[in-house]
Design a protein around this ligand. Structure first.
Ligand code: NDP
Length: 265
């Protein structure tokens, strides 16, 4: 029987995940299809999953923390991060995983001699990636516009700042983990503050993909090495596909199949 998968998010029209997964399904002759669903209310995720008759799903901005709460079971890593981006239906129960963090970690290999990292943003993606980076020994500091989302980071032992309280401007790597620039032209932090941070940094990453965000444009203007979120997207997609297809396929071949999605611009 054919299986249906989907990505939930808001906004969702920018997502390359349907193309990536459908290319991989057709490459391996898997009788499955992957679509997108604009979900406005994260609390409706669980009921929508069952209503659509899905076998699995990915979850993107801003519902990764709601996805964590929607699951019946989560693996240890997504539990420690409190953030889920991949759900599989197993015997009527929703099983949650997080493939963002490993995907992001793989993309960071473009930079060398990195120790101290500043995260701009404290949402679901920042939660999982910062948890992994801290676990493997990086010094991660989190800066967010609002105070509220910083609480759980503080409780997990991260140093945190708001735009008003930051007093450290020395970071090897600065990462935009906010949704600023995704469907608007906003910078993730005040320009004056970013310019101060850019003076001492080796590189900048924006996890947004498919466009050059104002954050990356500004970093490039100051001759800072940059990458966008394409590699992270590809790597997290490969790991999600591995869950969807019960670990049947060679991950290198999955990556080659999914990579073709980037030829479509
Ligand atoms: P969430 O909605 O959970 O969190 C959004 C964060 O962005 C919050 O910290 C919020 O701050 C901050 N924010 C939003 N707008 C602004 C703004 N104008 N200025 C400053 N801060 C802002 O989103 P996610 O964590 O799920 O996703 C974050 C980004 O990561 C998205 O752009 C998403 O597309 C991208 N992403 C990319 C992936 C890839 O594979 N490349 C995978 C997953 C995500 P506040 O608390 O103050 O509201």
């Amino acid at each position: 029987m054919s299986k249906l998968f989907a990505i939930f998010g808001n906004p969702i029209e920018h997502s390359k995940s349907p193309l990536m997964h459908n290319l991989a399904f057709s490459t391996f002759d898997v009788n499955s299809c992957y679509t997108r669903y604009l979900l406005k209310d994260g609390d409706a995720l669980r009921s929508k999953f069952f209503e659509l008759g899905l076998s699995g799903a990915n979850i993107t901005v801003p519902h990764k923390e709601s996805a964590f709460r929607a699951c019946d079971w989560c693996d240890d890593f997504s539990k420690s991060a409190g953030s889920v981006n991949t759900i599989i239906l197993k015997e009527g129960k929703l099983h949650g995983y997080n493939t963002d963090a490993l995907g992001f970690f793989a993309s960071m290999k473009a930079f060398h001699e990195i120790n101290k990292i500043l995260f701009l943003g404290a949402g679901g993606t920042a939660k999982s990636t910062s948890t992994l980076l801290k676990d493997v020994g990086f010094d991660v500091v989190v800066l967010n516009r609002g105070k509220e989302k910083l609480e759980s980071f503080k409780n997990s032992g991260f140093k945190t700042y708001t735009f008003e309280t930051i007093d450290d401007f020395n970071f090897d790597l600065i990462i935009n983990m906010t949704s600023a620039g995704l469907s608007d032209d906003n910078l993730p932090a005040p320009k004056k503050l970013l310019l101060q941070l850019f003076q001492n940094t080796k590189g900048c990453i924006d996890v947004i993909y498919g466009k050059e965000t104002p954050f990356l444009q500004l970093a490039k203007k100051y001759k800072i090495e940059t990458i966008d979120g394409s590699t992270m997207l590809l790597k997290q997609g490969v790991l999600a596909f591995d869950h969807f297809t019960d670990h049947q396929f060679d991950l290198y071949k999955v990556e080659q199949a999914m990579k073709r999605a980037f030829d479509f611009g």
